[in-house]
Unconditional design. Structure first.
Length: 317
């Protein structure tokens, strides 16, 4: 799902989805999502990072496991086995391939990749990947697709350009999966039920209502000029106070969201809403997968300009 000019966003289409796999562990929550999104991809690249410098037989076993997994995929599959002491480095190198539009990965496993928990591998990939990243934590396998396809995508915004890109990409996914886009804003501490400061005060015009109006206007503006204009998938708008990560996770849980989308700034840090440990806390605790996206400018800074996704192949004549 490459980042493209808003005036020419085509239908959701991936060239390559990179799916890092821990061959020593059962399939995690990321697999059903990677394969569902693979229906809109040219290929899935299955990657195993051997961080223990295994024998030739171990590597061959890993390759066979990947090939067996690939046989279940809904699109062509590439298999890659590589050696690296730090799996995040290897994943980022593969994510930098010009044809990779998306990384889908579990946050934990058991061996190999699994030795490096969320605080290292997933965190470094989310921060450094030159493409969007979907992370899924253990225990969400049964909830991934039923709550996403036809359900709701929750976007948390802070009015930054990264948030605008998050709204656009959430809309891409919502269109593909016939879902709606719910939008959440967590402002700094403020009495949301108090009147808006105006003269004379209007007790019926609360801060919460004013913020909700601004949130919807921001989301609509993010979609102006795109193919989403006029095709309104915007659902509920929520404005809540509290610790941002807690509010995001609680809202996703209470509303049975199928996916949380956050805009980040990558290695430079992230916006106030998802700064540092907040993004990690959401990825670690969300009841559903989390998609993190960066701005087009940030992707360019990371060294890979994201080209427009290819159009779907023509039907045979």
């Amino acid at each position: 799902m490459g980042t493209v000019d808003s005036q020419a966003r085509p239908m959701l289409h991936y060239r390559t989805i990179l799916y890092p796999v821990d061959v020593a562990a059962p399939a995690g929550a990321a697999q059903p999502l990677a394969f569902e999104l693979g229906r809109r991809a040219e290929r899935i690249r299955l990657l195993y990072v051997d961080s223990i410098l295994g024998s030739a037989s171990h590597v061959q076993h890993a390759r066979h496991r990947l090939e067996a997994l690939g046989a279940e995929a809904p699109c062509p599959v590439d298999v890659a086995v590589t050696h690296a002491m730090t799996p995040s480095t290897a994943i980022l190198e593969h994510a930098a391939a010009p044809d990779v539009d998306l990384v889908v990965m579990d946050t934990h496993g058991r061996r190999g990749l699994a030795r490096f928990v969320l605080g290292s591998v997933a965190r470094e990939v989310v921060r450094g990947a030159p493409c969007p990243v979907v992370t899924a934590r253990p225990g969400a396998e049964e909830a991934v697709l039923p709550t996403l396809a036809g359900g709701a995508v929750l976007v948390a915004i802070d009015f930054s350009e990264a948030s605008a890109e998050a709204v656009r990409q959430a809309s891409d996914l919502a269109d593909a999966l016939a879902a709606r886009v719910d939008v959440l804003h967590v402002p700094a501490r403020v009495n949301l039920d108090g009147p808006v400061a105006e003269s004379p005060p209007d007790p019926g015009h609360t801060v919460r209502a004013a913020r909700a109006y601004r949130v919807r206007a921001f989301a609509r503006a993010a979609l102006d000029g795109t193919r989403h204009e006029g095709a309104d998938r915007l659902g509920d708008i929520w404005v809540e106070t509290g610790a941002p990560a807690d509010v995001i996770v609680r809202t996703a849980t209470d509303r049975a969201s199928g996916l949380v989308v956050l805009g980040t700034k990558g290695l430079c840090g992230v916006g106030r809403l998802v700064e540092g440990s907040i993004a990690e806390a959401v990825v670690a605790a969300a009841p559903c997968p989390v998609l993190t996206v960066k701005t087009p400018a940030r992707y360019a800074e990371l060294g890979v300009a994201q080209p427009a996704p290819l159009p779907p192949p023509r039907a045979p004549s």
